[in-house]
Design a protein. Sequence first.
Length: 221
Amino acid sequence: MQQTTANMPESPETAPGAEPHAQAADSQAPGSGRDLTGTMITTGRLVLTAPTSADIDAIYRICQDPAIQRYTAVPSPYEYEHARDFVEKSVPGWAKEGSNAVFGFYHATSGQLLGMIGLHGISGPQAKNGAMAEVGYWTAPEARRQGYTLEAVRAICRWGFAQLGLQRIEWIAFDGNEGSRAVAVKAGFTVEGKLRSRWVQRGERLDGWIGSLLPGDPIPQ
């Protein structure tokens, strides 16, 4: 769920297919094989946990941001019911089946929702290509350029390797999403190339970038 430094504002999300409102890219992926309900990850400044009904208003407000609608696959226009369904149906359903691990990342002191992040299309070791997932994230406009998204990406990737046994985590973004690319690179991802005319976004065919993080790759502090 599409986030950060460089010479541009923090980008909202990494990828069209990895964004938290989308279904898993591979409908045949068996998932992690475990119920992820109740998972919580903590860092120095953040708490990563599933959003609740108390976050619906904030998610609805944040997803009106033009950059989030440009760089992610959230519905456009983004209606209140989209936020409600996401929180009350999609996130808990994905967690129970182990297909997507989607979290809000919150300020550890104030409890403010800063953004959303997830590992999407989770597959287990029995899948054709082994245990893999795709990272996606977006950040509230007021929380950008403060390093929160980078901290969340590092944390969820470490968790994915340690707890889910992932063998590869992919990052995918629309061509031009420089902020998301900067976050991914700082988190240790290797940008592997361009996917030409890979997606249709709002009726327009767009190129994308793809990168990967492997268990043996260093994740900078």
